[in-house]
Design a protein. Structure first.
Length: 152
């Protein structure tokens, strides 16, 4: 397990992974949807899928990009804490937790904006992320797919 975790962390790009946390929370707040159901996070570009009952407007997508960048610009600390699963359940959605997850969970916080159970690599402060750029999106059925990258 430890070796797999380390191999996984080496491939991650902490700025993009932290931006994904901010994007997820922005989508939850704006649309009342769950965090992304499927994500592919890489250094050059990434994508996240969300379940939405109706297609968002172009104006809403501009607002998503703007909100993510507003949060990044606040230079929020990104912190990690460990807590029992029962305590974490009162703070974060644990529905995607794998069945073999430990009774002690690693909770990653982006300031007071987001908290999520996560084993990934993150920046220490949102000032290390860069600017979030929404490249494009498509809506098919109830699935909204967002493609994005980070720019200097």
């Amino acid at each position: 397990m430890e070796q797999k975790l380390n191999e996984h962390n080496k491939k991650e790009y902490p700025p993009m992974h932290t931006a994904e946390h901010i994007l997820n929370q922005t989508m939850v707040r704006m649309f009342g949807c769950p965090r992304s159901m499927n994500a592919h996070i890489e250094r050059k570009k990434s994508k996240c899928d969300y379940i939405l009952a109706q297609e968002p407007t172009a104006e809403q997508m501009v607002e998503v990009e703007h909100t993510v960048n507003e949060i990044i610009a606040q230079h929020l600390p990104v912190t990690v804490e460990y807590m029992p699963r029962e305590e974490a359940a009162s703070l974060v959605d644990l529905s995607k937790l794998p069945p073999n997850a430990s009774d002690t969970l690693r909770i990653v916080r982006v300031g007071a904006y987001d908290a999520c159970a996560c084993i990934g690599a993150h920046v220490d402060n949102t000032s290390e992320i860069g600017r979030f750029k929404l490249l494009n999106y498509d809506y098919n059925g109830e699935r909204l797919r967002l493609r994005f990258k980070l720019v200097e």
